[in-house]
Write a protein that binds this ligand. Structure first.
Ligand SMILES: *Cc1c(COP(=O)(O)O)cnc(C)c1O
Length: 454
């Protein structure tokens, strides 16, 4: 009876898989907010190295992974694929449940997959430091780790509410050598403006992004880096799914459904795209389910529109499912899923019906997380419990229908820094928070004026 599928180091993928090559409808272009015309790549050069800008727009199917990056991946990759037999038994389901464990990385999530690659390309471009934002602290830890490996300085703007709630994430970043500032901060014009209007602001990911971009744009030795949403970030994460395709072949059970939590789309895309490639090129009929929190439901209740990626409106306009860049989601524990929009690639695929989305309530997710902990012994990040909630829903459906489908999900990270959240749940203090419908329709209305004329 197999519990685990482990590939040798030689099976670390040699290429990133670019789904753009296989998409029937290519995503719409990013627009300049002033002219509403497609932006030219040179506009992004103050923020990103040329290589990453090329990857952002590339339509080449396979992009070679630099050797230096593969060597670092070998420290924890290929990650194991497990069969969750304990959970299957608990649910008394005929379904076969598999999960890819990305929590075994140095920072504890899938995010170092892109952080290491981004640090490599930035170092090669000659900059000295990278500015970035972090919500729950996962991305900040991953980039701090990546920067340290390549001798880059790392400046992290951490959403103030997380900075206060999760001191150990901040200290982890410090141990990797990064400087961490609570956002809004007094280090940027935008941060000072927010602080003047609301001195007690708890911050948001959008505000922190604006601060990091402002820092990078005003320093010729600095670049900016993003841990989700953008095409090149999703591209780097496809090493997860490429490994998982081989591991599911080993297991002899190709998935009927692939499930992953959804913040901006990077871990979902990372696991799903190489399987979606099989749908596109071999006529397979695998289903893909992105799971978002019901308090921040851009995929299930947002609109497909052009919107900014940040609060200050400093990024290009991106075509995406969004709740509007002014929307501030309530302070749920799955901080990594509190983002107003979805990546362009995933948005187009959802619009075209190649993937599905569901929203899950926070309390249902934590209950699912505890079922998983007690049957499998691994503590998932609150983000990852969203996938588990949907896995359990699917497995119960299999039981009711009497069919044994194969379910694969992404355990995008471990939850060892999230004991406070589990404690609140077990003490009955954790409430479900429905999104404010009025706030949602107002923030959506506010971006109507940004749309290009058709
Ligand atoms: C950041 C994060 C997410 C959400 O981000 P995506 O880009 O949508 O993957 C999910 N899980 C974990 C553990 C994270 O750190």
């Amino acid at each position: 009876m197999e519990y685990k599928y482990q590939l040798p180091e030689s099976e670390i993928p040699r290429f990133f898989y670019n789904i753009m090559a296989d998409m029937p409808n290519k995503p719409l272009p990013p627009l300049h907010p002033g002219t509403r015309q497609p932006i030219t790549p040179d506009l992004l050069e103050p923020l990103f190295p040329k290589e990453l800008i090329q990857q952002e727009v590339s339509t080449e199917r396979f992009i070679e992974i630099p050797n230096e990056v593969r060597e670092i991946y070998a420290k924890w990759r290929p990650t194991p694929l497990h069969r969750a037999r304990g959970l299957e038994k608990l649910l008394d389901t005929p379904a076969r449940i598999y999960f890819k464990n990305e929590g075994v990385s140095p920072a504890g999530s899938h995010k170092p997959n892109t952080a290491v690659a981004q640090a490599f390309y930035n170092k090669a471009s000659g900059v000295k430091r990278i500015a970035t934002e972090t919500g729950a602290g996962q991305w900040g830890s991953a980039l701090s780790y990546g920067c340290q490996l390549f001798g880059l300085e790392c400046e992290v703007y951490m959403v103030r509410v997380s900075y206060n709630q999760k001191p150990y994430r901040k200290i982890m970043m410090n141990t990797f050598g990064a400087q961490v500032y609570p956002s809004p901060s007094d280090r940027t014009e935008f941060g000072r403006k927010i602080l003047k209007e609301s001195p007690d602001s708890s911050g948001s990911l959008g505000i922190a992004i604006s601060e990091a971009i402002e820092r990078a744009a005003s320093d010729p030795d600095a670049h900016y880096s993003l841990g989700s949403v953008l095409n090149h970030v999703l591209l780097h994460q496809t090493i997860i799914g490429q490994e998982a395709v081989k591991q599911m072949e080993q297991a002899g059970h190709m998935p009927d459904v692939v499930i992953a939590p959804f913040g901006g789309g990077s871990n979902f895309a990372g696991l799903a795209f190489p399987f979606l490639h099989l749908n596109f090129t071999q006529g397979q009929k695998i289903r893909f389910v992105a799971v978002e929190p019901s308090s921040c439901p851009k995929l299930t209740q947002g609109s497909f529109l052009y919107d900014f990626g940040d609060s200050a409106g400093m990024t290009p306009l991106l075509p995406m499912y969004t709740l509007g860049h002014d929307f501030v989601p309530s302070a749920i524990h799955a901080g990594g899923l509190r983002y107003h929009g979805a990546g362009t690639l995933v948005s187009q695929l959802l619009k075209d019906g190649f993937i599905e989305a569901v929203a899950q309530d926070q309390a249902h997710c934590f209950a699912a997380g505890l079922d998983f902990i007690r049957s499998e012994g691994i503590i998932p990040a609150p983000e990852a419990t969203h996938a588990i909630a949907s896995v359990i829903d699917e497995a119960i459906k299999c039981r009711e229908e009497g069919v044994g489908r194969n379910i694969l999900f992404n355990l995008s990270g471990h939850g060892y820094f999230d004991m406070g959240a589990y404690s609140d749940f077990m003490d009955g203090k954790l409430k479900d928070v429905a999104p404010d419908k009025k706030a949602m329709s107002e923030s959506l209305k506010a971006i109507e004026k940004l749309q290009p004329e058709i």
